[in-house]
Design a binder for this molecule. Structure first.
Ligand SMILES: NC(=O)c1ccc[n+]([C@@H]2O[C@H](COP(=O)([O-])OP(=O)(O)OC[C@H]3O[C@@H](n4cnc5c(N)ncnc54)[C@H](O)[C@@H]3O)[C@@H](O)[C@H]2O)c1
Length: 312
């Protein structure tokens, strides 16, 4: 059975353990905080039950039984085909962890980081085993949102990238491959542009934050749950993508050129957003709404799995 090591058992590490164990992999979990991995195991049990309730996992108990808490980092890495690193988002932490993992892991083990923003070349450059390092960036919560961005460094071995892609596919994920390094990878670059414009529109008094959310939730987002932007515009002009660009490209380019400059997330703009936002911000509210989101996402995933395939 293929073994996976999960390093760091916080929000993202737990979700990775859920994913791999529910797809038949043996999982070893390690965290520097002594009780964290045990606590994560309980959380993973709840994740698996919820997925099972939506028909997304067949054997939650058997899946949980495939996860063990390792005694230390070396124990976690022993026999692992792939290591998924989920430590704190700081360059020095990633560098130290990857140096340690490169020293301890067997030569054939792939070392992947969940980092949101740090490029693989930044934390792997000086390592003897740098050819086996890459970024595998998930989206929160990874056990319900299957995209994973594979972002190799210039020196990552293409065979390592291919093996990693096959493992993530076997784990039910949807890997994409970056052909060159770019800070923020693909997903967060797309999200950055949308978020910046959303804050600008509210800050300039064009619309309320609630109405901007409705525009995505009951507008663009409905298509986006099963189509990308290119697939979308192909259907918005009779001649497809080139026709769309000929008809609307100039107007869209003008708007895109206006949507630059300044800090869209400045204190004044944030205050404007919050002045009409319902509910005070608290960890309790975030937890309650995250649980609601996860239930909705699980139902959406179940629907997507059952939905008909796209015609050619
Ligand atoms: N939270 C998100 O939405 C999200 C999404 C995608 C990717 N990521 C990335 O995933 C990574 C983890 O994020 P998170 O939200 O799970 O953080 P988190 O704070 O919830 O968890 C981090 C865990 O790492 C442990 N840790 C710290 N140092 C360690 C070490 N040296 N060895 C082993 N464990 C160690 C901590 O005890 C903690 O349990 C980050 O790089 C982050 O950028 C986060």
């Amino acid at each position: 059975m293929t073994k996976i090591a999960i390093i760091g058992s916080g929000l993202i590490g737990r979700a990775w353990a859920t994913i791999f164990a529910s797809h038949g992999f043996d999982v070893a979990l390690h965290d520097v905080a002594p009780e964290a991995a045990e606590a994560a195991r309980a959380h993973i049990g709840r994740n698996l039950q919820e997925l099972s309730g939506h028909g997304l996992v067949e054997d939650p108990k058997g899946s949980l039984a495939r996860i063990r808490v390792a005694s230390d980092l070396a124990d976690a890495l022993r026999g692992a085909e792939l290591v998924q690193e989920n430590g704190p988002e700081a360059v020095e932490t990633k560098r130290a962890l990857f140096a340690e993992m490169d020293r301890l892991a067997a030569a054939g083990t792939i070392l992947a980081s969940s980092t949101s923003f740090i490029m693989a070349s930044v934390f792997s450059e000086t390592l003897a085993g740098r050819a086996r390092c890459l970024v595998a960036h998930p989206v929160n919560p990874p056990h319900l949102v299957p995209i994973v961005e594979l972002a190799p460094a210039p020196w990552t071995d293409p065979a390592v990238l291919a093996r990693a892609k096959a493992i993530y596919e076997q784990a039910g994920q949807v890997p994409i491959i970056l052909r060159k390094e770019k800070p923020g990878f693909v997903l967060n670059r797309l999200q950055a542009v949308l978020l910046a414009e959303a804050f600008r529109l509210v800050g300039e008094g064009v619309a309320s934050a609630e109405d901007v959310d409705k525009t995505i939730r009951d507008g663009l987002g409905l298509r986006w749950s099963f189509m990308g932007p290119f697939e979308t515009i192909e259907l918005n002009a009779p001649g497809g993508i080139p026709d769309y660009c000929a008809r609307y490209g100039a107007s869209i380019a003008t708007m895109a050129a206006q949507a630059v400059g300044g800090d869209p997330f400045g204190a004044e703009t944030v205050a404007t957003v919050m002045s009409e936002w319902p509910g005070t911000q608290s960890a309790e509210r975030v937890k309650r709404l995250s649980d609601w989101r996860d239930t909705r996402l699980a139902a959406l995933q179940a629907h997507k799995r059952a939905a008909a395939h796209k015609p050619a």
